[in-house]
Design a protein around this ligand. Structure first.
Ligand SMILES: [Zn+2]
Ligand SMILES: [Zn+2]
Length: 384
């Protein structure tokens, strides 16, 4: 981590806004061709170090993978093939639109540069964007576009921290981050002015722990009234990811859920997967009537301990914070919250922001003992 911070410090010295991330687009899809057009600003076009005619940027360009090369097409003409293609912005406020030709994803818009390679008949499309523009796109993709700016400031700081903490996940594949849930969802640049403002009003701010390491900036939709300890969901215990009570999210849209499962399906699941003694009447009753007041970690019976997160994953439940009650031939799961429950509860934070809490107060509520710091200050404080 020390090396990473030194590296980031060098990159950020006096020129934070110049820092860029390389994000693979359509990363979980098999894209064999894309249609690209300039949305705003000016671009130069490159194919294998060759500068293409700038007027091409005024129209629509199609890039089709042919084995390991790219065929460049414009309406009514094929311009030739290349190993790589690049849209390079000239000046500020340049953005482009991109749409796969073989998958129906809709058109997406991104800021800054695009680089395209081909391998085995598939394209790899990488957007090189200013990190702040990237964070804006992630904030909108991860939290929607209809809430207050102070919440978006919180989310911006979290998404920026998360991104910088995971920059080397895809280095061997030739980019920094993917655009899926594996890194953070990045469906397009933000189209919302108040998200853009929130990102730039918190520009460069990140969260660090007591050792000045970037934190694992986890977040989820709704905790159901109590967040979870990190070690109860993942294996790692982190001092700043502690369970806290949260009454702010209790009346928000994802506070509660219900799911009905056939009694026999539930019992055979317990018996077959977990060797639960369903034939014993007292044990069976316990299996059909389970209550979770404050968050538990296990569904227990004697020495048998079934992680609730396993039940959540196996039945694709919204959360592991549920109770079970018997109802004729069914069991009804009554659940609270949505997501893993670790770190920031988005709906709780939205409610706090609506109640005029500032991001400086919301963040420490969910992350214990962390500091909000500008990246350019990290090295200075570390040497103290
Ligand atoms: Zn990833
Ligand atoms: Zn909550």
């Amino acid at each position: 981590m020390k090396k990473l911070l030194v590296f980031l410090f060098v990159l950020y010295t006096g020129m934070l806004s110049a820092y860029q991330v390389n994000v693979r687009l359509f990363s979980v899809m098999k894209v064999s061709g894309v249609t690209v057009s300039v949305y705003s600003g000016q671009y130069t076009l490159w194919a294998d170090h060759k500068h293409l005619n700038d007027t091409l940027a005024n129209g629509v360009i199609q890039l089709i993978a042919i084995n390991d090369s790219i065929e460049i097409r414009v309406p009514g003409d094929t311009l030739g093939r290349c190993a790589w293609f690049k849209l390079e912005p000239v000046g500020m406020n340049a953005s482009f639109r991109i749409k796969p030709t073989n998958i129906n994803t809709g058109t997406r818009t991104y800021d800054d540069a695009l680089r395209v390679n081909a391998k085995g008949g598939l394209l790899q499309t990488v957007n090189t964007a200013d990190i702040e523009e990237y964070v804006g796109g992630v904030v909108e993709s991860e939290s929607g576009g209809n809430t207050v700016k102070e919440f978006y400031k919180v989310q911006s700081i979290l998404c920026r921290t998360y991104a910088l903490n995971h920059l080397y996940r895809h280095t061997l594949e030739g980019f920094d981050l993917c655009d899926g849930v594996h890194c953070q969802v990045y469906r397009s640049r933000t189209s919302q002015q108040h998200i853009h403002d929130a990102v730039f009003e918190t520009e460069g701010l990140v969260l660090v722990d007591r050792n000045l390491s970037l934190i694992t900036a986890a977040f989820h939709s709704n905790c159901g009234g109590q967040t979870a300890n990190s070690e109860d969901v993942w294996s790692l215990s982190l001092p700043y990811l502690r369970s806290v009570p949260d009454s702010f999210c209790l009346h928000m849209p994802h506070a509660r859920w219900t799911r009905k499962i056939a009694r026999e399906d539930w019992l055979s699941y317990l018996s077959l997967k977990h060797k639960y003694p369903v034939n014993d009447s007292a044990s069976c009753y316990q299996a059909l009537n389970f209550s979770q007041g404050s968050r538990s970690v296990y569904f227990t019976h004697g020495n048998l301990r079934i992680p609730l997160k396993t039940i959540r994953s196996d039945w694709q439940l919204r959360s592991a914070y549920f109770s079970i009650e018997e109802q004729k031939d069914s069991v009804v799961f009554r659940g609270r919250g949505y997501g893993h429950g670790v770190g920031l509860c988005q709906e709780g934070a939205i409610r706090m922001a609506r109640m005029q809490w500032s991001y400086q107060n919301i963040i420490p509520y969910y992350f214990k003992g962390v500091s909000i710091i500008h990246l350019s200050k990290l090295d200075f404080f570390r040497e103290e």
